[in-house]
Design a protein around this ligand. Structure first.
Ligand code: MN
Length: 206
């Protein structure tokens, strides 16, 4: 996360995409990326910068802003934009061209210990995605010794529930509607089969 302090103005920066905008096609088109990264993600970052300017949150990293604003009714806008900025950066890193396949051994062992099989883990990810009502996120997290699949609504994050995110899939309609219309399960299955970055998830294990 970029967070540079310049003359008391906190400037959160839209991180560079870790691949070209057409590198995830045909699973996720360059058109989707142009709106999702170029408009939605950028707007969260821009709005956050406007909201925190001149407040006690100026100059704080995203994780700190998220921790300090979660559940506070008068800070909802700051929480939502900070969490969405964090979630999107984490999502882009959770995907990679030519992803999918088998996880590194260290992660595969932990998945099999927690879910039984790789397939069972993938099925839980798909089930969580299709049962998340409305906008939200699906996550593979580390919770103590166990790995779990959890879902969060809107901007919410497992970070605020004491869990360590390993990877995420964005299931807001803006993530898939241009390519899949209402077929969220098709989008999630294609992401898991072809784009999911198991190495990134393995590197997030603690
Ligand atoms: Mn999104």
């Amino acid at each position: 996360m970029s967070n540079n302090r310049i003359e008391n103005v906190s400037v959160h920066v839209l991180p560079v995409l870790p691949y070209a905008d057409n590198a995830l096609a045909p699973v996720i088109s360059a058109n989707t990326i142009s709106f999702h990264y170029g408009k939605h993600h950028k707007t969260y970052v821009d709005n956050l910068n406007k909201l925190v300017a001149g407040t006690e949150f100026a100059g704080l990293p995203l994780e700190e802003i998220i921790a300090q604003t979660v559940g506070k009714e008068d800070k909802t806008a700051i929480f939502n934009n900070a969490a969405q900025a964090w979630n999107h950066t984490f999502y882009w890193s959770s995907l990679t061209p030519n992803g999918g396949g088998q996880p590194p051994a260290v992660l595969k062992q932990k998945i099999e210990a927690s879910f039984g099989t790789m397939d069972a883990c993938k099925k839980e990810l798909t089930a969580a995605a299709t049962t998340q009502f409305g906008s939200g996120w699906v996550w593979l997290v580390q919770d103590g010794d166990k790995l779990k699949v959890v879902k969060t609504g809107n901007a919410d994050s497992p970070l605020t529930k004491g869990m360590k995110p390993l990877l995420t899939i964005d299931v807001w309609e803006h993530a898939y509607y241009l390519d899949y219309q209402n077929r969220r399960a098709d989008y999630v299955n294609a992401v898991i089969d072809k784009l999911i970055n198991w190495s990134f998830a393995a590197n997030n294990l603690s």
